[in-house]
Design a protein around this ligand. Structure first.
Ligand code: GYE
Length: 329
């Protein structure tokens, strides 16, 4: 009997694990707070900014999901500055919101403000980007992509594409310095190519995840580098900026210089279908529904997995042309 119960519990945990959430009996002990009506919940969301097509799609998806769920959302845009995000979180604490969700601009420097939220009894949910903190009790869950895996997919494509080449000069356009996706996408890519001596990352600079940043960095690199085979850009927008710089220099993006980007937002997919980008690793900005699910589960006294990973794919030029008509963002 006992064995059966354990087995059943294991199956239950497995199913709950798959969904990322599980409803615990909120009544046990009688001290769990009763679930609030969804219309009475208030959630504060501190967004990074509006730096990219990905971010715009992410913001829209979050706002739409809250509207659909009938939960009040207080939204702020930090314009890519950590100090603004900290201010926004402090103001949500002061306003005594029920939950705080945020996408940290950079990984470090969050312990103080997250401890303030904890002391106020306000659960924090990380969406999209991780924090680098030893204290995992400072947040309920981290919901988003596996950026190291994304970097690895980019590296694997490069290895196959350049299988017959003797030497591959790579320039890397990094995302915001200190941001989880910039750190992890660089790490995953480096990990895959490091065993292959012909790959040489001749330059690696931040374009801050923006189109203007990507263009500027690429303009400078085209002048300082005698030869570039491959651009590895940490997002579509910087890759699109790089395309402008490459064309302005009289070269053909996608042919003279191959380009890999990450995200797969509409403009990136269009450039891929047009042959100007060669490969895109998908990173989904559609995190709103999962965020609502987490909030509903916590509201009912349930528990959530500490890490909820978004599923994503990759696109070749042919696959982009096929996927474009049905793409939502
Ligand atoms: O790839 C980039 C955006 O954090 C995953 O941020 C996100 C990244 C995304 O600016 O376009």
């Amino acid at each position: 009997m006992k064995k059966k119960l354990i087995a059943l519990a294991a199956v239950g945990a497995l199913i709950a694990g798959l969904a990322g959430c599980s409803s615990a009996p909120a009544t046990s002990g009688g001290d769990a707070p009763a679930a609030k009506d969804l219309k009475d919940l208030v959630v504060g969301f501190a967004q990074v900014g509006a730096e990219s097509g990905w971010r715009t799609a992410n913001t829209k998806d979050i706002q739409d999901s809250f509207k659909e769920a009938g939960i009040e959302l207080k939204f702020s845009d930090a314009q890519q500055k950590q100090e603004n995000q900290i201010k926004a979180i402090r103001s949500y604490i002061q306003q005594k919101v029920d939950y705080i969700a945020f996408s940290p601009v950079v990984e470090t420097g969050w312990d103080a403000v997250l401890n303030e939220a904890k002391a106020a009894g306000i659960p924090v949910i990380l969406t999209d980007r991780a924090v680098d903190s030893k204290d995992e009790s400072l947040y309920k869950t981290f919901l988003g992509s596996d950026f190291v895996a994304e970097g690895k997919k980019a590296g694997e494509w490069a290895k196959t594409e350049f299988a017959d080449a003797d030497s591959v000069k790579v320039v890397q356009l990094e995302g915001t310095t200190g941001a989880a996706p910039a750190i992890d996408r660089a790490e995953g890519f480096a990990d895959v190519i490091k065993g292959d001596k012909k790959f040489d990352i001749v330059a690696s600079q931040t374009g801050d995840f923006t189109r203007a940043g990507g263009r500027q960095v690429m303009e400078a690199l085209l002048k300082s580098q005698p030869h570039i085979d491959l651009v590895y850009s940490h997002n579509d927008d910087m890759g699109l900026g790089a395309i402008e710089a490459i064309e302005a220099a009289g070269l053909t993006p996608g042919k003279d210089i191959k380009i890999i980007t990450v995200d797969a937002v509409h403009d990136g997919m269009q450039a891929l279908a047009d042959g100007k980008i060669n490969f895109i690793v998908e990173c989904s900005p559609l995190l709103g529904k999962q965020l609502i699910d987490v909030i509903k589960t916590l509201n009912e006294g349930g528990t959530v997995e500490k890490r909820i990973v978004t599923e994503e794919t990759t696109f070749t030029q042919e696959q982009a042309a096929e996927a474009l008509p049905d793409r939502k963002y």
